[in-house]
Design a protein around this ligand. Structure first.
Ligand code: SF4
Ligand code: SF4
Length: 461
């Protein structure tokens, strides 16, 4: 076959050839052979083309799986050193671009279900990148993001799995962009390895876990099944993240906004735990008076000249280096513990029976406290807004008048374990702790909380 100008010789870029040999099989003229020289850039052995017998048929180009291994038009790799200068410390660090507050006009309250409220909170916090894999009872949040983000210069990506989701978030957060996912208990479990990587590499991201019944697939009803997981088990190694526990659609919005602030403040993932009812529950939601236009942190792997020397990873092969990294993480955890403990109280200032609850059970407790107060029983609600760090300082300030702490939860004692651990670390001994628990999607009811408190009062008096 005569060679013409329209059928140019294939151009081989040796550093992008992985030596798979597909072009050798494809060539009808047998003019491609396996080379015998290791390419210095790739560390692989590229093929060699004998252009004297090549007829320019192009079959090798079609066969090559590498986008630029073999081309027809002579693609050239740009030399990064020529584009950006020699690698090495830059004279100046990149400037951090601060986030900006943009005032919002006053508007009427919205009536939203919890999952939607969290999505709106994320948008107002500047989140334009959401990754996820649908799972009940969290799906509405991702669904709303998939509808809204394309019109907001944003991205919603339905990943192939939760494992893919968390790694998309690793990349997005590493680029310094606010990102989040909506998931539920079994999906969150799948993300733990990636979360550990993100904690180790200090990458910000927000995880909303709308908890459901477990273990295993369990069911799609509300359970507080993951408190232990989010407070004590965020993947392998020395991992912690601030854990926020809303109780209303308004708090779903407010705490999602807060989560984005905290995740960048500490360069650490933040987890929000809701429950199946809270995700689906509709309520009045007031919007804030401003929204956030995100900036760009100086540590971001942004891909331009200024950020060229930034590197984000969680690996430290030298033992002393890894120990130092863990010590730095511990310093950060200590700052979170000192600065970010949050709790909401309801009639707790003089409470003799302090009822500890979060998420939907806290709403049941609030109603029970009203009823108990009407019959002269000094009960109060302690809602830990941060499950980690547990707001032990606030709790301590109440213990002078508290005779009993009653833990009301939709799990087999996971919240109570957090309380007991916090007491233990704070050196608090001798406090009477009672509990009211349900599992499997059964929630503690207002009247049974009232009965439980009256029963405790009877024993005490
Ligand atoms: S262009 Fe055709 S003849 Fe030339 S190396 Fe490729 S397959 Fe062989
Ligand atoms: S098909 Fe492409 S990658 Fe494979 S050996 Fe040939 S040029 Fe290299």
């Amino acid at each position: 076959m005569p060679k013409t100008k329209e059928r140019p010789n294939p151009v081989l870029l040796p550093s992008l050839c992985k030596g798979c040999g597909r072009c050798i099989e494809a060539c009808p003229k047998d003019c491609i052979t396996m080379g015998d020289q290791i390419d210095q850039q790739s560390g692989l052995i590229p093929v060699v083309i004998d252009y004297d017998i090549c007829n320019g048929c192009g079959l090798c180009i079609t066969a090559c799986p590498e986008p630029y291994g073999l081309t027809a038009d002579g693609y050239e790799l740009e030399d990064p050193a020529r584009l950006y200068g020699e690698r090495g410390p830059l004279a100046t660090k990149p400037d951090a671009i601060p986030a900006q507050e943009i005032p919002l006009p006053k508007c009427e309250p919205l009536v939203l279900k919890g999952n939607y409220a969290a999505a709106v909170g994320a948008l107002l916090a500047g989140c334009r990148h959401v990754f996820g894999y649908p799972i009940t009872p969290s799906t509405e949040g991702a669904e709303l993001m998939a509808k809204l983000l394309p019109d907001m210069n944003g991205v919603f990506l339905q990943a192939v799995s939760e494992v893919a989701t968390v790694n998309h978030m690793y990349g997005c957060g590493g680029a310094g962009l606010p990102c989040m996912t909506f998931t539920s208990s079994p999906g969150f479990s799948l993300m733990l390895e990636g979360i550990s990587y993100m904690v180790g590499a200090e990458v910000p991201a927000v995880f909303l876990n709308v908890m459901r019944g477990g273990p295993g697939l369990g069911n799609i009803a509300p359970e507080q099944a993951d408190i232990k997981l989010v407070c004590r088990g965020l993947g392998h190694g020395n991992t912690h993240a601030i854990v926020l526990a809303p109780t209303t659609p308004q708090e779903m919005l407010d705490l999602t906004r807060l989560a984005f602030e905290l995740t960048f403040k500490y360069r650490n993932p933040v987890v929000i735990v809701a429950d199946g009812y809270l995700g689906q529950m509709t309520g009045r939601v007031d919007l804030p008076d401003h929204m956030i236009k995100p900036g760009l942190p100086d540590w971001a792997v942004w891909g331009d000249h200024a950020h060229r020397n930034n590197l984000i990873n969680s690996i430290e092969l030298a033992e002393v280096d890894l120990e130092r990294r863990n010590e730095n993480l511990n310093d950060k955890y200590a700052k979170m513990t000192a600065n970010e403990q949050r709790a909401n109280l309801f009639r707790a200032d003089d409470a003799e029976i302090l009822i500890l609850a979060c998420n939907t059970p806290a709403r049941m407790v609030k109603g029970a406290v009203e009823k108990l107060r009407q019959v002269g029983i000094a009960a109060g609600l302690f809602h830990p807004v941060t499950l980690w760090p547990f707001p032990i300082e606030k709790m301590k300030s109440l213990l002078g008048h508290v005779k009993t702490v009653l833990v009301v939860e939709a799990s087999a004692g996971q919240l109570e374990d957090e309380l007991r651990l916090a007491f233990s670390h704070a050196g608090i001994e001798g406090m009477t702790i009672e509990n009211l628990r349900h599992m499997g999607g059964v929630l503690p009811q207002e009247d049974e909380i009232v009965r439980k408190v009256i029963e405790i009062q009877g024993v005490e008096s």
